[in-house]
Design a protein around this ligand. Structure first.
Ligand code: HEC
Ligand code: HEC
Ligand code: HEC
Ligand code: HEC
Length: 189
């Protein structure tokens, strides 16, 4: 019995030591993740390169979408009625509404200085803050762009806003919704 215990302990001690560096490596990784914050840039910069027919009219498609009006919507009658019920005076100044109706809400102010709330839900709300990827040399290289914070396929992002915390929530169907805002760069560009 005692022998068994010793054998067990002998096995356990190195195992415990093995856990220590593993745990601190994890901490370090978390730390790095926390540091990997990217600055948001003015959306005019995205549109400079993603505008016009030859580029798939990506900017124009966004501009015609409800996302471009998301901030404006908060000044409308319907928004004011919802706000009143919740005891919110001005939805355009309330975090409770802005968290989904603008880009970068709640991020560190030092990262969002170039954003304008009036633009509503923009490219970077889905594709990630562009400060480190939105230059030609990086953008041409998909891997480098992703390493610099670009979200190439933001399908998972939709439900961060299209969910039951929205006072006007309607069940979200990705395929149907994407159909209304879909955009792509033409193959031959
Ligand atoms: C200097 C020009 C330039 C700027 C600024 C720029 N892009 Fe790009 N982007 C490109 C080029 C070039 C590509 C490669 C594909 C192509 O030819 O359109 C690309 C590709 C992309 C892709 C597709 C990646 C994939 O899946 O292949 C996304 C998404 C994207 N850009 C988003 C943005 C966003 C969001 C911004 C602003 C934060 C931005 N871009 C700013 C030039 C630019
Ligand atoms: C940052 C929050 C946010 C994200 C992320 C987001 N949306 Fe939206 N979306 C909104 C808001 C807010 C509105 C309402 C805008 C308005 O009407 O003023 C909206 C409206 C829409 C509409 C128009 C209303 C409707 O249901 O027909 C479509 C379509 C849509 N979103 C699709 C998408 C898809 C697809 C994704 C993911 C690829 C997505 N959204 C990601 C916030 C977001
Ligand atoms: C969790 C994210 C989220 C929050 C928080 C949020 N919204 Fe929205 N809002 C959306 C989305 C997504 C849409 C579009 C589709 C929908 O209603 O689900 C939308 C649409 C709207 C619309 C347009 C509805 C229509 O069909 O005309 C109004 C008005 C609105 N929101 C007001 C508000 C107000 C006011 C607040 C704050 C009290 C608020 N929202 C908070 C995500 C949000
Ligand atoms: C509501 C979220 C959302 C917004 C806003 C949005 N995108 Fe996208 N974007 C997507 C999704 C989803 C895809 C599809 C990715 C896929 O099919 O893999 C995509 C694809 C792309 C692509 C790659 C298309 C390809 O050829 O593979 C580019 C480039 C792009 N977006 C640029 C932009 C720019 C520039 C803006 C702003 C003017 C913008 N997007 C706004 C969600 C969004």
């Amino acid at each position: 019995m005692r022998r068994v215990l010793i054998v067990l302990l002998a096995g356990l001690v190195p195992a415990l030591f093995a856990l220590v560096p593993a745990a601190s490596a994890q901490e370090a990784e978390k730390g790095e993740e926390a540091e990997a914050k990217h600055e948001y840039i003015s959306m005019r910069k995205c549109s400079m390169c993603h505008k016009g027919e030859r580029k798939g009219n990506i900017y124009e498609i966004w501009e015609a979408s409800r996302h471009a009006k998301a901030f404006e919507t908060l000044a409308g009658e319907k928004a004011l009625a919802i706000a009143k019920e919740k005891g919110i005076e001005n939805p355009q100044q309330a975090g409770e509404c802005l968290q989904c109706h603008v880009t970068g809400y709640g991020e560190d102010e030092s990262l969002t200085a170039d954003l304008e709330m009036a633009n509503g839900v923009t490219c970077q709300a889905c594709h990630g803050a562009g400060g480190d990827y939105a230059k030609m040399s990086t953008m041409k290289d998909l891997k480098a762009s992703v390493a610099a914070g670009m979200v190439a396929d933001p399908k998972q992002q939709c439900v961060e806003c299209h969910n039951e915390n929205s006072p006007t929530y309607k069940p979200f169907d990705f395929e149907k919704s994407w159909e209304k805002i879909k955009h792509a760069t033409p193959e031959d560009d």
